[in-house]
Design a protein around this ligand. Sequence first.
Ligand code: BGC
Length: 466
Amino acid sequence: MAAGHSTQQSATVDQSIRRNVVISSGITALGGLLFGYDTGVVSGALLFLKNDFGGLSSFQQELVTSLLLVGAAVGALFAGRIADRIGRRPTVLVTALIFIVGVLLAAFSPAFAVLLTARVVIGLAVGSASMVVPLYIGEAAPPSIRGGLVSLNQLAITIGILVSYLADYWLSDTKSWRLMFGLAAIPAVLLFVGMLFQSESPHWLVMRGRDDDARRVLSRLRAPEEIEPEIAEVHRVTEMEHLRTRDLLTPTLRPLIAIGVLLAIFQQITGINTVIYYAPTLLQEAGFGTHASLLANVVNGGVNVIMTIIAIRLLDRVGRRTLLLIGTVGMAVGMFVTAFSFAGGEQLHGAAAVTAILGLLIYTGSFAIGLGPVFWLLIAEIYPLTIRGAAMSVATIANWAANFVVTISFLTIKNAIGAMGVFLLFGSLTLVALLYFWREVPETKGRSLQQLEQDLTGRAVSAGGR
Ligand code: BGC
């Protein structure tokens, strides 16, 4: 009877802990929603924006799209160090404020130059959010459900993208690009207010010697018997590793930095944002009507969300590495199917049109189950605590820089080598990515961040051979 009682008690503790971490992660993941919305919204907004400000050239339109990505790289550069120095929570609060300022500036831009400035400002916040959200959630999460929780961020990104497509679609009658941009103020305010009620990351607190504060925070996030061992373990790894930013390239850390940076680059050069940002343009050029192209875009956004939900359910069971490998195979298949649908020419009809859409859906769904969430999850898991923020920054900057390069050059490359050529190129790059993932990416499922730190830095030293 006593045993029955205690099992019941620990079940309720588990449940309330689960509720606390899910709520806290959900609020923080609003940062991911803003990331998705602000990157996705421009595709539709451009259609109306280009007739404003006395008419915009193609180059001016590219600037509106890609300056956000430049801002994001800069935001990621600073956010990591700031998060290591002042804490994860204040960094999210500042990020939310920058979002609010940027979004309002964009919505009320009196001149084109102001709009461009606003896009850079929003980019700073997107870049910062893209790394500090997984960082914060990763440190607050119990190891057994960390994969799913951190990936709430990726889910929020995909929901943000889908909502932005729907907003573009619904507001297209009003032609109000200002409202399309301005709607993002709502989640930005919610993020700021929600974050006011959140606590600082327990690991950051321990790192700063604030054990009592960490204990208080952990009492809401862990079973009572897990708290002291976790604090002790965080102390142990922090004392072992007195790492500074300049240590990022030492033989111990270099292999881990390489994994983060290469995952980042592969996430982008395998083409995801050419689909996310340009699918309607591509389909229109292939002969689809405007309505059909936008609808296909919404369906693609929906598949992205649904497959991310499935990934969240599987990451802590099947493992990150397995999902990454399966997803990457699917991405290659999707790209090759899309490529061959253009075998009969740049215009698609009948079966070829259906094949192209199917290929794109297979590709996006496979990205969503693997490389999409797994990149952001792994970079929140594989780095030692004392430089986690800085190391995640490096991988995040690589992600935004690669995104920028692909986004700015995609249409030009497609015009030069044709749709089939460009998708064959992405398919081949995906195969290279697959080989790399298979050889180098470790499994991180189920182990504490402290255990991982010990195993991976040990492994890195022996791999470095020094
Ligand atoms: C990528 C973004 C991409 C999004 C699509 C994220 O993991 O970093 O660049 O737009 O997934 O769902």
